[in-house]
Design a protein around this ligand. Structure first.
Ligand SMILES: [Zn+2]
Length: 301
């Protein structure tokens, strides 16, 4: 299900999630026997990849490989169907050894843009859900061990019958603008010259627009007059949803919160274009992989 407007990596998965199949044990068993079905192994939330020269690819295997790489109790996640109706699964592999000769398990963030965009969106989804399972083995209602249900999309508590669904954390990420310039921040730990959008978690009871205004005021001391939502990005580190916005502020007299940022800096539109192109004289912005880049690009153009 492709949506045309979203420019972000990890968005635009090519799979139809076909959620109605998640509860259908007979259908899932049949799908796992089908010759066209594929699965992607994960080990400790790192996807399996293969390398050929400079080219890195997601290490999709035929579903028949399942018995060789994992036990019957391995966590399986039904990811959806591609355009040819082939089922896609992810499988959590406890022992990486049987696959060592074919490829390697690697960090998705480091692999990032080297993978095909379609695979990146699918692998990001699987990673988020595996991370959730690792952190939610026990019922948050009564403390008993919970069990995987619905092809990996739910956990159920056998003791109190509570149901638990994968959670993700909404984060606002915004570029404050004032007339023909925009503000970017810098954290102390970042490489020299790097500047990026401001960001922070949305808090309970808060609208996204309110979170944009609060974080902009907290981090840069600027009062937001208008919030323009731009796009969103699933960000599987470990399971956030980045909500990108441009925030028009009242004036350009910022006060930097030194706990959060080392400094802030205003950039003209020409400078922003140079940042996006990687041609600014003494500053640089995150790569296209990050929504901050897409926000800046959209404003600059
Ligand atoms: Zn419980």
């Amino acid at each position: 299900m492709l949506l045309p407007a979203n420019p972000n990596f990890f968005a635009r998965s090519p799979l139809d999630r076909a959620g109605h199949h998640r509860r259908d044990g007979a259908w899932l068993a049949q799908a796992l026997d089908a010759p066209e079905t594929v699965l992607i192994p994960f080990h400790q939330a790192r996807p399996f990849v293969t390398e050929e020269g400079e080219r890195i690819s997601a290490g999709w295997l035929g579903a028949h490989a399942r018995g060789r790489i994992a036990g019957d109790d391995a966590l399986m996640l039904f990811l959806g169907l591609d355009a040819q109706k082939a089922a896609h699964f992810a499988i959590d592999v406890a022992d990486p050894a049987p696959l060592a000769e074919l490829g390697r398990f690697d960090d998705l963030r480091a692999l990032g843009p080297r993978l095909a965009r379609d695979d990146l969106a699918i692998l990001g989804c699987a990673k988020s859900i595996f991370e959730w399972h690792v952190r939610h083995k026990f019922c948050s209602n009564c403390g008993a061990p919970s069990a995987v249900a619905e092809a990996g999309w739910k956990r159920e508590c056998p003791a109190c019958k509570a149901e638990h669904f994968p959670r993700f954390d909404p984060v606002v990420i915004m570029v404050p603008t004032f007339g023909d310039k925009c503000l970017l921040g810098r954290q102390r730990a970042w490489p020299r010259g790097m500047h990026s959008a401001l960001a922070g978690f949305v808090e309970p009871g808060e609208a996204v627009e309110e979170a944009v205004a609060r974080e902009t005021l907290e981090e840069a001391g600027l009062v937001v007059r208008e919030v323009r939502l731009h796009s969103t990005q699933p960000w599987p580190f470990p399971h956030s949803l980045m909500i990108g916005a441009l925030a028009e502020v009242e004036n350009d007299r910022e006060t930097v919160d030194q706990h959060e940022l080392e400094s802030c800096r205003w950039f003209t539109r020409d400078e922003a274009r140079a940042l996006v192109a990687g041609k600014h004289a003494d500053a640089f912005a995150p790569p296209p992989f990050a929504i901050a880049h897409q926000l800046l690009k959209s404003w600059a153009e």
